[in-house]
Design a binder for this molecule. Structure first.
Ligand code: ZN
Length: 400
């Protein structure tokens, strides 16, 4: 309704301004013209007003559009109207306005290219991606204006990303990556996608090449590092896998929980599994995340028994309290009780466990730092805002 009011306001203003310009223009040409013969508002204007008064905004909008001639003074208004229709979810109307404009032969090259960019966005909104792609590629081939070429490239990259055409997107982004450093981040993920495709086809060397390129593109690409570590583990090179994983906290500290299971596997299979504990302690010093505390608690539990694990975990959780940590601690207390030979567990502990379990149940483990989308699994591209690498583990008191 707000959009409709805006549209109507814009149209009324455009029609009235057009009328005013017409009066001034004629007044200049015929300064002695009698007032009684001044041009009148078009019939459509009053029909439109009538629709408006009868609360029929769609009919009013259509009538006003018909009343508004396309000329060099009003073409921008028509483009703005198309944009508003698209924003209202009426992309078909936007397409017809923009196509109608393009059919006018007297448009300047700049206006023509501006309309083509708008039309491409209409097609994207309608889901007609192939037509949008063709239009943008033609525009890129013909336009000499740097700003419009950049706008067309951005739209085309967005389309290729939606269509999962990673290599084509990389070919387009390559030549202008220096001017657009923000594109390094998605480009690194496109390379990771290509690597994943190669891994699925058992072409490990090609996958490794894509992943190394991804790190050249964006040295903070956690995903590429994680995938390289996994490839090393597949080949039985555990120390090399650990070397890769050690880079992740420096790339993005929030992804420490993401790499923990790979790190555990790499250490367990390496020649020096005991070094895992010292490694976890270093991570705990860097970021006292619940998953690191629990991983350390498990190592101590296996080696020194449950009571020592309770003591150490309790100490760390005093420094970094969390719901997940408390839940783990209650589990340890329950196990300790069982070991003392008690046949029925302490009801207070069971009540606590019930509460922590209920509070943790259904709680998302990952959140997009850009739009707030939450999910249980880690996804590298946010399904909601479509940004790459913005979904990260939730940490803190209620996290992990
Ligand atoms: Zn998002």
């Amino acid at each position: 309704m707000h959009d409709a009011a805006l549209l109507l306001g814009l149209l009324l203003a455009a029609v009235v301004i057009g009328f005013g310009l017409g009066v001034r223009y004629r007044a200049k040409r015929w300064p002695y013209r009698p007032a009684a013969k001044a041009p009148a508002l078009s019939k459509e204007y009053f029909v439109g007003l009538n629709y408006l008064l009868n609360e029929q905004p769609d009919e009013a909008i259509n009538t006003f559009i018909n009343a508004l001639d396309v000329n060099s003074d009003t073409v921008e208004t028509h483009i703005a109207l198309g944009k508003l229709f698209r924003a209202r979810g009426e992309a078909t109307k936007a397409v017809s306005i923009h196509q109608n404009l393009l059919a006018r032969p007297a448009l300047s090259t700049a206006i023509n290219e501006h309309i083509q960019l708008e039309l491409a966005q209409d097609f994207i909104a309608l889901g007609v991606h192939d037509r949008a792609q063709r239009l943008l590629k033609t525009l890129l081939a013909q336009s000499s204006d740097e700003a419009r070429r950049l706008a067309a490239k951005r739209l085309l990259l967005d389309l290729l990303d939606r269509e999962r055409e990673w290599q084509e997107a990389l070919d387009i982004v390559g030549p202008f990556i220096k001017q657009q450093p923000a594109m390094r981040h998605p480009a690194a993920h496109w390379l990771c996608e290509l690597a994943a495709e190669e891994i699925a086809q058992s072409s490990r060397p090609l996958a490794r090449r894509h992943l190394k390129k991804a790190l050249q593109m964006d040295e903070s690409c956690v995903r590429a590092t994680l995938m390289l570590a996994e490839l090393e583990m597949e080949n039985g090179h555990y120390p090399r896998a650990i070397e890769w994983l050690e880079r992740i906290p420096g790339q993005d500290i929030a992804h420490i929980p993401t790499m923990l299971s790979a790190l555990r596997r790499a250490f367990e299979r390496s020649d020096n599994p005991d070094a895992f504990e010292a490694h976890l302690e270093r991570l705990l010093f860097q970021a006292p995340y619940t998953s690191v505390i629990i991983a350390l608690g498990e190592v101590i539990h296996r080696r020194d028994g449950v009571d020592r694990a309770i003591e150490r975990t309790g100490h760390w959780l005093r420094e970094a309290p969390s719901l997940g940590g408390l839940d783990y601690l209650v589990d340890l207390y329950l196990q300790s009780e069982r070991l003392t030979g008690k046949t029925t567990p302490d009801t207070r502990l069971l009540l606590l466990k019930h509460h922590t379990g209920a509070l943790l149940e259904g709680r998302p483990r990952h959140r997009c730092r850009h739009c707030g989308f939450t999910s249980d699994q880690l996804v590298w591209q946010c399904p909601s805002c479509r940004r790459w690498g913005t979904v990260k583990p939730i940490t803190g008191v209620e996290g992990e």
